[in-house]
Design a binder for this molecule. Structure first.
Ligand code: GRF
Length: 188
């Protein structure tokens, strides 16, 4: 089943999704969509031989226009599911309507706590003892869609340690949940 990963940054979750695709025939990462042409994730995709659609939002008059172009690329590759992995942008109506209930996101907190940017920093500032990772379906809001799975992570050190602990959970959880949902074994 062809899926697209949307990412804007370093792409460690992209890499985990690609590496875990090989375990059993469920999904195939057929396209990377990236809105930051200099992002490290692009080099990772090239190394895996995965096609990339990269663009700069400022080259388009509005979101509807660049999302229409993304949609065309998704259709060209018969993409069935979209997996957001650090795509730092809200998905607009063009993509939401075309892929209703078929867009995943991963967020480094136990939503609805700490939505938006720098969820890890928000958790540290709030001095909570436990934060975590959430995988959810995407709707028009910022980190608001129906929750599929959550894993708690205890805060046991500084920011670097917490980032590391969260990433370890993310890299295992995201491919697992995406596979289960695609197979129809899991829902919200
Ligand atoms: C992850 O922490 C994810 O939860 C958030 O963005 C980050 C992406 O990191 N949505 P990476 O580019 O996959 O390393």
């Amino acid at each position: 089943i062809p899926i697209a990963v949307f990412a804007s940054g370093s792409g460690s979750n992209f890499e985990a999704l690609v590496e875990r695709a090989g375990e059993g025939p469920t999904y195939n990462v057929s396209l990377l969509v990236c809105d930051q042409p200099e992002a490290a994730v692009i080099e990772k995709a090239r190394r895996f031989g995965i096609d990339v659609f990269s663009f700069r939002s400022k080259d388009y008059p509005d979101k509807a226009t660049f999302e229409s172009e993304i949609l065309q690329k998704l259709r060209d590759k018969s993409i069935e599911w979209c997996v957001l992995a650090g795509y730092m942008r809200l998905i607009g109506p063009t993509l939401l309507r075309a892929y209703e209930g078929k867009i995943f996101n991963i967020h480094p907190s136990l939503l609805p706590a700490f939505p938006g940017k720098d969820a890890i920093g928000q958790a540290l500032d709030a001095k909570v003892k436990v934060t975590g990772v959430t995988v959810h379906f995407v709707d028009e809001g910022m980190d608001t869609g129906p929750i599929i799975e959550q894993i708690p992570v205890r805060i046991e050190g500084d920011r670097t340690r917490l980032q590391h602990d969260i990433q370890r959970v993310e890299h295992d959880l995201y491919p697992t949940v995406v596979k289960q949902c695609i197979k129809g074994e899991k829902a919200t």
